[in-house]
Design a protein around this ligand. Structure first.
Ligand code: FE2
Ligand code: FE2
Length: 187
C-alpha cells in the first residue's frame, strides 16, 4: 500500500464526523443527568456546526461542479443544514431537565439521519467517482483545518470543560458564535 492510499480522503473524514455525532446522541439518550446531557448537547452542537460549515466551504462547491444534479443536491442539503441549525438554536436555549430538550434532540436526530443518508448513500460515492483521489485527500486537509479555526474543540476533552465554556460560552448564541468564528464573520 502506498502512503497516499493509507491517507484519509474527505469522504472518510466527513463520514467519521457523522458517526461521532450519532454516537454522542446515543450517549445523551443513555444518561439522565441534566449537566451531562447539557455538556454532551453542547459538544454535538459544536461538532455539527464545524462539520456543516466545512462541508459548505469545501465540499458543496465540489458537488455543484462534479455531480450531475449537483446544484439541486446542494440546495437540498443546505436547507437541511438550516433546519439543523434552527433546531440546535432551540436546543441551546432549553434547560436540559425540560421535556422539550428530549423532543428537540429527537428532531435533531430525525433530520440528521435523513441528511447523513443522502450524503453517504448518494453524494459521497458520486464525489469519489468524479474527483481524483489526490484531490479528495487534499480536500480532507482543508476540511480538518477549517474545523480547527473556531476557538476550541471540546471533544474529546471531558464534558464540563471549563475552558470550552469560558471561550465559547454555554447556552444561547453557541451556534451563531461558532459559525461566525469558522467563517470569519465579525473578525
Ligand atoms: Fe451536510
Ligand atoms: Fe455531512
Amino acid at each position: 500500500m502506498t502512503e497516499a492510499a493509507a491517507e484519509q480522503d474527505v469522504v472518510d473524514v466527513l463520514t467519521s464526523d457523522h458517526h461521532e455525532v450519532m454516537d454522542l446522541l446515543q450517549q445523551i439518550k443513555a444518561t439522565t443527568d441534566p449537566a451531562e446531557r447539557r455538556d454532551l448537547a453542547d459538544t454535538v452542537i459544536s461538532e455539527l456546526v464545524r462539520h456543516s460549515v466545512a462541508e459548505e466551504m469545501f465540499v458543496y462547491p465540489a458537488m455543484r461542479k462534479h455531480l450531475p444534479d449537483g446544484d439541486e443536491a446542494v440546495e437540498h442539503d443546505t436547507k437541511e443544514h438550516k433546519q439543523l441549525e434552527v433546531t440546535m438554536k432551540k436546543l441551546e436555549a432549553v434547560d436540559a431537565g425540560d421535556a422539550d430538550f428530549g423532543l428537540l434532540l429527537g428532531r435533531l436526530e430525525e433530520i440528521l439521519v435523513d441528511h447523513v443518508a443522502d450524503e453517504e448513500r448518494d453524494q459521497f460515492p458520486q464525489l469519489r467517482a468524479a474527483i481524483p483521489r489526490t484531490e479528495l485527500v487534499e480536500m480532507a486537509g482543508k476540511v480538518e483545518a477549517a474545523k480547527k479555526v473556531a476557538p476550541t474543540r471540546p471533544h474529546p476533552l471531558a464534558p464540563n470543560n471549563q475552558v470550552f465554556h469560558k471561550l465559547v460560552g454555554p447556552g444561547v448564541g453557541l451556534v451563531d458564535r461558532l459559525r461566525d468564528a469558522l467563517t470569519g464573520r465579525n473578525s
